[in-house]
Design a protein around this ligand. Structure first.
Ligand SMILES: *Cc1c(COP(=O)(O)O)cnc(C)c1O
Length: 462
């Protein structure tokens, strides 16, 4: 066996090739040099795909220039069937939210300026009144995300004191969010009560003491507990906290603002229900079912919200004008619930009738088969994702294609992300905007051609 590395050209040699010289006329030399190095590294990793001539090497260098030029953060098409996919950026924003961000970000704004009095204002006012109006809470505060909200709440009310929580709620929510870790970091002493499957009101009562700072309740947002189970609802926990003279901090999570039972999504509280249940503070995300930007929304009484605002940590966890603009515009849509369901993409995607998805899938499949791409239409179960309705299955339809196409669709300027099940690639249309159908068809055709002609699998290169 000969060592394939011996056959690889030097970077300097590649830079002499005519095709690479052409690249150097448009792109900075350092970028092209790095791309040439990438091309050589890729050939080393996959000797079979080593270019055989100057034209081949030039094309490889060009491909690596393109790869280096594109941002790692870019638009993607979500064909996973998980609508609020945390890895894919959770909720897409409504048009009015995008407009509001553009309006406020393109110039100066009244972020901390009160135009009525001509004096210094507070960024905390911008969404507070609207949140109060929509949820029935007295006041509100917006911070960076729900994890930040929990840190701020615990640090404000239970720093150096006990925070009582059920063992059934010491959960992990997404990659790097574990409730016990966050609680400890906020300065609170964790006091666990009950058991994994059963916790009773008396468990909390017995744990109350002079050193208690707060009782914490965490919504079960990504799993369900079944069988021999018992937990104490926020409604039943509120009087326990009140009797102990401590606040009840409710990590509510989803940010659901409307009852979606009419669309088959049942059993979750809305933000208004959560406030009404009697917690001192309700905390939720802005970019889950609320359908807005990443944010942590805190709802509560005037006194509790004032205490949060006075905590120096509130300054460290504050949101920027883009978030406030997008959140305000999204929230305003909820004044007309029908409009909210139509215009907030997360809700529009979740509530779209399945037969419409089926018709789109069939039209796509017919078009693809016309182009000799072998696909089927299959019924699929989509999920909500993002911290609500963990067990709900939403009827959907998917295009089923050869699993080998997956890397070609994914590793691209606009990745299309599906899911591979039982050897097939399923592209679920539940979270695909109808205006992306044409692109989906074009890319499937292209991927199928690349695969058929034995083009190098993109994920096999460095
Ligand atoms: C999603 C979720 C969080 C984390 O929210 P982020 O906004 O991502 O920080 C916290 N608690 C619950 C119950 C959640 O569902």
């Amino acid at each position: 066996m000969t060592d394939p590395r011996r056959a690889l050209p030097a970077v300097g040699t590649l830079l002499e090739y005519e095709g690479v010289q052409a690249l150097l006329r448009d792109a900075p030399r350092s970028l092209v040099t790095d791309a040439a190095r990438d091309a050589i590294d890729a050939a080393r990793l996959q000797p079979a795909a080593t270019p055989v001539d100057a034209a081949g090497w030039s094309a490889a260098v060009r491909a690596h220039v393109t790869r280096r030029e594109r941002s790692t953060l870019r638009r993607a098409i979500n064909a996973t069937g998980v609508v609020l996919h945390t890895n894919l950026g959770r909720a897409p924003l409504a048009d009015v939210a995008l407009d509001a961000m553009r309006e406020v970000a393109g110039g100066f704004s009244t972020l901390e300026y009160d135009a009525t009095t001509g004096s210094r204002g507070s960024r905390h006012v911008h969404c507070a009144a609207l949140l109060a109006e929509l949820t029935g809470a007295e006041d509100a505060l917006v911070v960076n995300n729900c994890a930040a909200a929990l840190v701020l709440a615990l640090n404000t009310f239970a720093d150096g004191r006990d925070a009582i929580i059920s063992r059934g709620e010491l959960v992990e929510i997404g990659g790097s969010f574990r409730v016990p870790d966050i609680m400890t970091r906020s300065g609170a002493r964790l006091v666990e009560v009950g058991t994994t499957n059963r916790t009773h009101a008396d468990d909390y009562r017995r744990a109350l003491s002079a050193t208690t700072g707060a009782i914490v309740s965490v919504h079960r947002s990504n799993f369900a507990l079944e069988g021999f189970v018992a937990s104490v609802s926020v409604r039943d926990l509120a009087p326990v906290a009140a009797a102990g003279g401590v606040p009840l901090l409710y990590d509510f999570g989803s940010g659901l603002m409307l009852d979606l039972a009419a669309w088959g999504l049942q059993g979750e509280l809305t933000a208004r229900d959560a406030v009404r249940a009697g917690a001192s503070l309700v905390m939720m995300s802005g970019d889950k079912l609320l359908g807005g930007p990443q944010a942590g929304i805190m709802l509560g009484s005037k006194e509790h919200i004032a205490a949060l605002r006075q905590n120096p940590l509130a300054r460290a966890l504050r949101v920027d004008k883009l978030t406030l603009a997008a959140l305000h515009a999204t929230l305003a849509l909820y004044r007309d619930p029908a409009r909210a369901v139509r215009e907030i993409p997360a809700l529009a995607l979740l509530t779209a009738p399945a037969d419409g998805l089926q018709a789109r899938a069939q039209a796509l499949a017919a078009q693809l088969r016309g182009g000799h791409v072998n696909v089927d239409v299959v019924a699929s179960d989509a999920t909500v994702g993002g911290g609500a309705f963990p067990t709900a299955r939403i009827p959907s339809y998917a295009i089923a294609a050869e699993a080998a196409l997956e890397p070609y669709l994914r590793d691209h300027a606009t990745p299309i992300v599906g899911r591979v099940t039982e050897g097939r690639l399923l592209l679920d249309l539940r979270a695909v905007a109808p205006h992306d159908d044409a692109r989906l068809a074009a890319r499937l055709t292209e991927a199928s051609m690349q695969h058929a002609t034995g083009a190098v699998r993109p994920d096999a290169t460095a």
